[in-house]
Design a protein around this ligand. Structure first.
Ligand SMILES: Nc1nc2c(c(=O)[nH]1)N[C@H]1C(S)=C(S)[C@@H](COP(=O)(O)OP(=O)(O)OC[C@H]3O[C@@H](n4cnc5c(=O)[nH]c(N)nc54)[C@H](O)[C@@H]3O)O[C@H]1N2
Ligand SMILES: Nc1nc2c(c(=O)[nH]1)N[C@H]1C(S)=C(S)[C@@H](COP(=O)(O)OP(=O)(O)OC[C@H]3O[C@@H](n4cnc5c(=O)[nH]c(N)nc54)[C@H](O)[C@@H]3O)O[C@H]1N2
Ligand code: SF4
Ligand SMILES: [Mo]
Length: 745
């Protein structure tokens, strides 16, 4: 595989950027559509409506809704779905509580107070849109398009993001999904196999499953959990590498209680052992491996003993894992991970996972990694323009990148530093759309300073959050249950029986309430006000979806007839493309100044008296976005901090004690949470669920509940290859009854 690291090539080869279809090639929409494709009226004025797509998280399970007198009373999985089927998770169920949340944004609001201490005044859409377009245009006129920064996330944020990026022409776009989540993973696999991996590992057919961090069960994506459980039911051995006794560790055959930040050393030792003992797939390497000799030499120092010392493990356990993997090969599901923004040394760990998969011959194998892409559909959006690299913060005059292996967009830290220093140019306009950068990005105080120095901040959200407090204009969007927008494609989760693909479109299940509007209405009005009327690609969201479906020979009308989901025959996932290669050594990566063979880079050690702060998911919440949801709040109102039982005993802490935190840089938590005393946690770290402790009093349920992990993540690490964040190099002490407790060594 040619691995050419120019920006443009990357975007193409990685197929990370949305597909853009020339407008001339797509047929225009004929009609506008109404929701409710399945009309099965019962006695109580009840009806069932199909075609919903969940967005309580980003897995996007397909839904049906039950309505009574026009009100949605229950959500279920769409029986036609070959993805989630009839199942949805607790958060999916609780979507109704988001829909009807009395705290939801209802009208356009103008902040007549300060940023951070807002005083809201209800204004008309006309006034709100005029103010957004005039003030954003003023920023562009004064500072150039690069003076605007965009923090987008979610299905409705693509269209406005493309407007600012492609039409207005700013590079300063930073998506949470890339720079705080999976961007590193995608780029590391691109550098190894030529494509981002997705999460389609054939767990139902695996003989062994290896999870490094990925805490499936607490991290809930319905079809993924089903695949995992089916694999375990059929006898797959489970290896879980996690410093904490996670839900996955509790199901494991081997729990590797690793020292945080040392996973790459662990993986290198496994690979070195497999190579030295000729327990790897020689045929696969001969046919599909590149740079194997350099790789072999590069990792040869990593004996089991050396890694065991570094990772604080028993060398016998590392060998046991390696042998189990080798004995199960090639039916080994090595999960590529998803949130991999851990320590700022993460590209190398992700490269290691990709190489280990190759060493075991577990690409395109039954039970191994398989391609999970669905059929091709359109990606109608604003037309692409080449805006050059002149104002791209990541590139110098010679078009050399600081973070050459970056995912699409600009590394968040470069945007924030430019905004705060005004160098190389000021950034004075900000658009937040479906992202809460204050609780999502490390260094929340830095983010607040970035927002405070702006000339204008607009925010489009569904709820009041910590981020909305910093907006000048706050616009209410219709939720995923009230709008069209998304075409989701994929394959079935279990390939055991047959191979099928699906195309699902999001239909609204209910009419929008209050004055909420969708992304096309809002973006187009702002575009028109800024003078870009002629560039507008579609007039309505229905038109956009219809055009995207046309590429697959479908239409909204047709999908409505098919209950929101079109099924078709799929491809054999086990046929490996002839030109498939695994780059064990990547010369291009080395030419860019990084290790070409996966390499372990140690992270900062825990200073005396502190514990490393780790975080993760709970099954009943999604980040901060569900904090105000009454059902989910009742299920888990705060995020208890996991403390090792021996450490707790020495500190005199009991289960349920309320504690606060202070980190090694002096940042204190605003709120407290309870202690969970457990042997299932290493002594040198503590753990809490991410996404609690919101500060916005307009969130009447979620405000001040639990502790915001991000408020304690102030030391910022950046992955040198990709520019994405690492978040687990922060160290905390506990505070009880006003007394700071030193963590014993
Ligand atoms: N319920 C629920 N499910 C979700 C989400 C949600 O918000 N709620 N969000 C979704 C999204 S967008 C994502 S990206 C995924 C994220 O879910 P994952 O990709 O699984 O996230 P991780 O950060 O890998 O997992 C956290 C785990 O890593 C462990 N860990 C911490 N440090 C280390 C270390 O140094 N080494 C190792 N081996 N493990 C370590 C923690 O103890 C914890 O068990 O979840 C998805 N699913
Ligand atoms: N400390 C720490 N930081 C993390 C993580 C972590 O585990 N720990 N996880 C990282 C990961 S994996 C991810 S993916 C990111 C997620 O980061 P974000 O995407 O920022 O997280 P959310 O809280 O899900 O959503 C942000 C906002 O979207 C709003 N929203 C919900 N639905 C809609 C909608 O339909 N339209 C609009 N306009 N807005 C909507 C919510 O109300 C919320 O304010 O966070 C990352 N940051
Ligand atoms: S996993 Fe749960 S929250 Fe995520 S899309 Fe599916 S049902 Fe919704
Ligand atoms: Mo994520």
């Amino acid at each position: 595989m040619a691995f050419n690291v120019t920006r443009r090539r990357f975007l193409q080869s990685a197929s990370l950027a949305a597909v853009s279809i020339p407008l001339s090639k797509v047929v225009s929409a004929e009609t506008s559509f109404t929701p409710s494709p399945l009309e099965a009226k019962g006695t109580l004025n009840e009806e069932k409506v199909a075609g919903g797509i969940c967005e309580m998280c980003f897995w996007r399970c397909q839904l049906v809704g039950k309505k009574r007198d026009g009100r949605l009373i229950k959500l279920e999985g769409n029986p036609k779905s070959i993805d989630n089927g009839t199942s949805i998770c607790a958060r999916g169920n609780a979507g109704i509580k988001l829909l009807y949340d009395p705290d939801r944004l209802k009208y356009p609001l103008k902040n007549v107070g300060e940023r951070g201490k807002p005083v809201w005044k209800k204004i008309s859409w006309d006034e709100a849109l005029k103010e957004c377009s005039t003030r954003l245009k003023t920023v562009v006129d004064k500072y150039g398009p690069q003076g605007i920064a965009v923090f987008p996330h979610g299905s409705s944020a693509k269209y406005p993001m493309h407007f600012f990026e492609r039409t207005v022409g700013t590079h300063n776009v930073s998506e949470a999904s890339f720079y705080q989540c999976r961007g590193i993973r995608d780029m590391a696999y691109v550098a190894t196999t030529g494509k981002p991996p997705g999460e389609k590992v054939d767990m139902p057919n695996a003989k062994a499953i290896l999870l490094v961090g990925s805490h499936i069960g607490e991290n809930v994506h319905v079809s993924h959990v089903k695949a995992y459980i089916k694999g375990l039911q059929r006898g797959a051995k489970l290896i879980v590498v996690d410093p904490r006794y996670s839900a996955a560790a509790a199901k494991s055959d081997i729990w590797v209680k690793i020292k945080p930040g040392t996973d790459t050393a662990f993986l290198l030792a496994i690979m070195n052992y497999l190579v030295k003992n000729e327990k790897y797939d020689v045929d696969f390497i001969d046919e599909h491996g590149e740079g194997f000799d350099e790789f072999k030499a590069g990792i040869s120092e990593w004996t089991l003993e050396k890694a065991a010392k570094e990772c604080e493990l028993d060398p016998k356990q590392i060998q046991e894992v390696a042998d189990l993997l080798a004995d199960s090969a090639p039916s080994v599901s090595i999960h590529p991970g998803r949130h991999v923004s851990w320590y700022g040394n993460d590209f190398q760990r992700q490269r290691s996972l990709a190489c280990l998969t190759g060493l075991l011959g577990a690409y395109y194998s039954k039970g191994g990694w398989v391609p999970g892409k669905g059929p091709k559909v359109g990606g109608v959006s604003w037309a692409k323009h080449d805006h050059g690299l002149e104002h791209n913060l990541n590139y110098n005059e010679d078009e050399e990148a600081k973070y050459p292996l970056h995912p699409p967009g600009t590394p968040t830290e470069l945007i924030r530093d430019a905004a705060l220093t005004g160098k190389p140019y000021p950034i004075k306009g900000c658009v937040m759309w479906g992202q809460n950068p204050i609780q999502t990005i490390p260094g929340p105080d830095k983010m607040k300073d970035v927002l405070k120095q702006m000339d204008f901040v607009m925010c489009v959200d569904v709820m009041p959050t910590d981020a909305t407090m910093y907006a000048d204009i706050l616009l209410p969007e219709v939720s995923y249950l009230e709008r069209y927008d998304l075409v989701k494609t994929g394959t079935q989760w279990d390939f055991s029986e047959k191979q099928q693909q699906y195309i699902a479109a999001r239909f609204p299940l209910v009419e929008p309430m209050f004055e909420r509007k969708d992304q096309i209405f809002i973006t187009n009005a702002i575009a028109e006000g800024m003078g870009y009327k002629d560039a507008i690609p579609v007039k309505t969201v229905e038109e956009m979806v219809d055009k995207n479906l046309k590429v697959a020979g479908l239409s909204l009308d047709q999908l409505k007839k098919e209950d929101g989901i079109h099924l078709q025959d799929g491809k054999d996932p086990y046929t490996m493309p002839e030109d498939f290669e695994v780059l064990f050594y990547n010369e291009d990566v080395e030419d860019l100044g990084f290790p070409g063979v996966p390499t372990y880079i140690p992270v900062d050690q825990v200073p005396g008296g502190y514990a490393r702060l780790l975080y993760g998911r709970v099954p009943v919440h999604t980040f901060n976005r569900t904090q105000n949801n009454t059902w989910l709040h009742q299920a888990m109102p705060e995020n208890p901090v996991w403390v090792n039982d021996q450490v707790a005993a020495k500190l005199g802490l009991k289960e349920g004690d309320q504690v606060g935190f202070i980190n090694s840089e002096g940042a204190k938590s605003r709120t407290t949470t309870s202690v969970k005393v457990t042997p299932g946690m290493r002594k040198d770290c503590v753990y809490m669920a991410h996404g609690y402790g919101s500060a916005n009093p307009l969130m009447t349920v979620g405000v001040d509940a639990g502790v915001d992990d991000q408020s304690l993540i102030t030391k910022i690490s950046v992955d040198p290859e990709t520019g994405a964040h690492g978040m687990r190099n922060n160290f905390v002490k506990l505070i009880k009854d006003g007394k700071v407790l030193d963590i014993p060594a």
